[in-house]
Each structure stands twice: as C-alpha cells, then as structure tokens.
Design a protein around this ligand. Structure first.
Ligand code: NOJ
Ligand code: MG
Length: 572
C-alpha cells in the first residue's frame, strides 16, 4: 500500500444507493441531475471563525432540498494550508480542522441522504500542497531519489542551472517553476507547478502516484460519496521531455488559449485517458451509479467528448457553454454542438454558467470587452457591467439552461441572483492570482464572497459572529435568501419553479427540438411539453399560444420583452 492506512475504522458502511433508476437503460440519475456546487469556505460558518465549515453546510442542507437540486458537489475540505482555498491538499484522506472532522463529513453525508441529496467530493490529483508529506519527503530525499520522482523535479538551464527547465507559465501568473535549496544549502533543482508555487505537480507517469490515488478513491467511496469532481482533469500528463511552447499571450490559462499555438504540452495530452479508465474501473466497482466529473478546459467540444467515453468519466463540465455570451446565435450553436458531441459517445451534455473560478454570470453576461477566465474583475477594470442588465440576463440565461436536456450545475448564490463582488478592498484579496501578478489580475475572490442567508443577521446569516473571510458588500441584504423566500418575482423562486417544472416535465431526459419562425435574436425550442422562448434582442417578441408557466420578467399577454425567457405549456 503506497499510502498510510489512515482510514477511520469507525467509518460507516457505504450507504445503500437511494432512488437509483435501474429500470431503463441509460437513465441513471446523473444523466439529468441538477448538481449544486457548495464552496465550503463561503456557504455557512457554524463556529464563528468567519470561514464556512462542514457543520455549517449540514445545517443549511434543507435549503438545498427545498431548492430542488439532486446532488451537492463540495469543493475541497481536506487538510490544506489554504494557499489556493483548499485546492492545495496536504492530506487527501482527512478533513481540515478549519472545516471540521471526518465525523462532521459523515454527519453531512447522513443528513444529505435523509434529504435525498447525493454528495460529490472534489479530488485534486494534478498537484498536492507543498505541505503534503509526499513533497516534504521529496525535498528531504534529494535529487535522483524515488521520492523526488513522484513530482516533476528537473535541473535548471543555463550557467549554474539558474534558468527554469522550460518556459511554461503558471496559470496564476509568473513561471511554472520554482527552484529549491537543497539540504546542504546550495541552489538545487526546480519543480513544476502549473498553479501556485505551493502546488507542486505530481508526475503521473509514476506508478506509485497512480496507485496512491486509486486508494484515495476507494477510501472516499467506502465512506459513501456518490462521485468525484476531478480538478484539472486535462493537466495530469505532460508531453514527454517537457518541451518549450510558444507562449500564449499574457501567460497561462486553464485552457491555454489567448493566442498560443496548438495544444500546450501541459494540457490535454492523450495519456490522461488511461488514468480515467483506471478510475472508471474503481468507481464502477461500487454500487449506486457513482460518477466522475471532469474539469477539463479543452476545445473544440469534440475533444471534450473523449473525457466521457463509456469507459472514462460520466460527465465533463461544458465550459464552452459557460463562455457563451448572451447572444442567440451563439447559444443555439453551442447547445446544438454540445448535444451532438456528447451524445456521440453516449454521455449527457452538462450545462454550467457559474463556478468558483469565473466571474458570476449575473455580472459576466453584462461585461463589455474581453475578460479572460481567471483574471477576474475589480474596481479598476474596464467595461464593468450594468447590474440591472446583468441580473436580467442571468435570470433569462438560467431559465434557458434549466430547460436543456442533460445535467445542470449551479454555483452557490446564483439562485439568489448574486453578482460578482467587484469592490473588494485590495488588502482583503486572497487569490494567489492577485499576488502572483502583482495585482494586475484581480483573480477569483469576487465570486467567492460568503453568501447571504438572512438580511437582518450578522454577516447576513453566514456566520453567527458576523465574521466573513472576504467582506460582504453592504447591499447584499437585498439578496438574502429570507428576503426572496416566497416572493414570486424573486430569483430564488424563479430557480425553484424552474427545477420543479424541469422535474415534472422530465426536461433533463427530454429531446430538444428547435422552433422556426422566430427572429435571429430569439432562442426558441421545445423539450417535451415545454416551449422555451428567450429574447436576447431589443424588441418585443410575439409568443406562441400556450400557458406561461415560468417567466424571468413580467409578461404582458403574448408579448415577450427584451432580455427575458419564458416557458410555456400547451393550454389545457
Ligand atoms: C481548478 C480549480 O477549480 C481552481 O479553483 C484551482 O485554483 C485550480 N484548479 C488548481 O487546483
Ligand atoms: Mg467556521
């Protein structure tokens, strides 16, 4: 066993699968599921330290059941120095005290099960934290050791090895290499880190690394998780020889785009698929339709389909959809392409508009100009959004997304219509991107601000002490869940209604048909008994006959105003 056996002997037996649909081939729960991303630091804080935690999540799960989602994906809560908000893992098998204990995880899992919610955890295999025992052992063991071979240590180039081994950039800015000092005090080898210098990349050509992660998978599957969201699932394998690459403009990005040439030698290498096949074997050996979800920023969509071939992962995030603006032609194209490409390998399409790495879509959809993923926005950014327009577009875009066949991902707070927190004080920022670029890129803190629950409570109900690890904008009381609960026109009630109707009409497993006869700036389609009409233009759109069952803006008779979406069903 490559790992210490730290599995808690008192871990509960894996729970029986709940309401698994087994009677119809191809209709496993995840094919149509709505999965809600909880970012534990910012969801609910139980102990008043200003950082959300697992007991906080458990205490608020009822709200997610009430919203009507099927599953919850938890961003990392493992032991970690939190240099990248937990995506720098120091122990894959334990909960960081900041978030609670393994018992707290079991309690969360148990409560979710009672509420019929599945739990997906986030696994970060591309890199560990530099505080991980494996990396510390590698530093101590010295060049040429087995311990170093678990990471990507190389000699530097140039006189004295003073230059990095190649020209690769870190996604967070600056070079992807850091030089260490050897035990004898001399300048030593360099190690690769596609992200922060505190996140050394593992060497996935090493069998020990591969075996170790299969053990990690089994440990969490034994603990009853329903699946894994797999971080940077396009990055684990690097091209042989770690060759230089003609650099993308402005440095790294999750997809390597922005002007670079060809696929960077650190993304989307063919060898990653062997890893997913071995993971598939482990995950599918457990009962209950458990899943692997790829975070893979690759394009075109045809390539992404490789991640979800029948013997690999079940789902991959559809970032092409996320990156599509509020533009009818572009929406039609990406929906059409996604359905075609994913179904060509028997996988459901996924749909996503927000997550913890992108500007919240209630702001993003009204941004003007180019704003690359991960760079974020702040008070000095150009083309800042009009908040009313952003919210209107977000509501209309979400109402399109939630009618689409396949599986949809929600990011905590989008159901409240939360915008990006743009005016965060510089000295409150925590994203390594901000530090590695000397403040040139704001990074992702603006989408990670703790969410509001009750307008009149300290930290809007996020924390009993009123503390909040990132400051909450004063006007967020208006977005608080209790202000929206039961208010028909609220974004919360819009999401609840959409999820209820989606379930009632089996939209997630339906077939989409485009509707003709509308102007180019209208997205119109039908899934089952539901007709969806979205107006991205400036004019009024005449609606077809039918009963309006959902609308993102007040609709007057058969006239759909600009920046709005409606769902209609045939009048009884
Ligand atoms: C993708 C995660 O979503 C992001 O938050 C993180 O910084 C990087 N991977 C590195 O783990
Ligand atoms: Mg806390």
């Amino acid at each position: 066993m490559p790992l210490d056996d730290t599995t808690d002997a008192s871990a509960p037996p894996a729970p029986e699968p709940t309401d698994q649909i087994t009677d119809e081939a191809g209709q496993e729960w995840w094919r149509s599921a709505v999965i809600y991303q909880v970012y534990p630091r910012s969801f609910a804080d139980s102990d008043g330290d200003g950082v959300g935690d697992l007991p906080g999540v458990t205490s608020r799960l009822d709200a997610l059941a009430d919203l009507g989602v099927d599953a919850v994906w938890l961003s990392p809560f493992y032991r970690s120095p939190q240099a990248d908000a937990g995506y720098d893992v120091a122990d894959y098998l334990d909960v960081d005290p900041l978030f609670g204990t393994l018992d707290d995880f079991d309690a969360l899992r148990a409560r979710a099960s009672e509420l019929g919610l599945r739990i997906i955890v986030d696994l970060v295999p591309n890199h560990t934290s530099s505080a991980h025992a494996w990396f510390q052992e590698a530093l101590a063991a010295g060049p040429g050791s087995e311990e170093r071979s678990r990471y990507l240590f190389r000699e530097g180039r140039g006189p004295g090895g003073d230059e990095p081994p190649n020209n690769w950039p870190s996604v967070f800015g600056g070079p992807a290499w850091t030089r260490i000092t050897e035990a004898d005090g001399t300048p030593g080898q360099w190690y690769l880190h596609l992200f922060d210098s505190s996140q050394p990349d593992l060497d996935w050509s090493n069998a020990w690394v591969r075996d170790s992660f299969l053990d990690v998978l089994r440990t969490w599957l034994d603990r009853g998780v329903d699946g894994f969201r797999v971080d940077v699932a396009h990055g684990l394998v690097k091209a042989d020889g770690l060759p230089d690459h003609e650099l993308p403009l402005g440095g790294g990005s999750m997809g390597g785009g922005q002007g670079g040439t060809g696929t960077p030698p650190w993304w989307g290498q063919e060898g990653v698929h062997d890893i997913w096949r071995s993971w598939h074997e482990v995950v599918s050996s457990y009962p209950g339709d458990r899943i692997l979800v790829a975070e893979a920023w690759v394009d075109p969509p045809e390539r992404l389909a490789d991640w979800v071939r029948p013997d690999e992962m079940q789902q991959a995030f559809n970032f092409a959809y996320l990156e599509t603006g509020w533009d009818a032609a572009a929406i039609r194209t990406v929906v059409e392409d996604s359905l075609r490409v994913f179904s060509s390998v028997g996988a459901p399409s996924t749909w996503v508009l927000s997550n913890h790495d992108v500007v919240r879509h209630a702001s993003r959809l009204a941004l003007v100009g180019e704003h690359p993923q991960g760079w974020g926005i702040g008070p000095r950014s150009e083309g800042l959004p009009n908040p009313e327009l952003g919210l209107a577009r977000a509501r209309a875009a979400s109402a399109v997304m939630l009618a689409l066949p396949g599986s949809a991902y929600l990011y905590q707070g989008e159901e409240l219509g939360l915008p990006e927190a743009i005016d965060l004080p510089d000295d409150s920022r925590r994203d390594p991107t901000w530090f590695r670029t000397g403040g040139e890129r704001y990074g992702r803190d603006g989408c990670r601000v703790p969410i509001p629950w009750e307008s009149g409570s300290p930290a809007f109900g996020f924390s009993p002490s009123g503390a909040s690890w990132l400051p909450q904008p004063d006007d967020w009381s208006t977005y608080a869940r209790d202000e929206q609960q039961g208010v028909a026109s609220s974004t919360l009630e819009l999401y609840k209604a959409a999820l209820r109707l989606r379930r009632e009409h089996d939209l997630g497993t339906g077939t989409l048909t485009w509707l003709d006869g509308f102007a180019d700036d209208v997205v119109a389609f039908r899934v089952g008994a539901v007709t969806v009409v979205a107006n991205t233009g400036e004019g009024i759109v005449e609606l077809p006959v039918g009963e309006v069952v959902l609308s993102t803006m007040a609709v007057d008779g058969p006239a759909l105003p600009p920046t709005a979406t409606v769902w209609l069903v045939d009048a009884a």
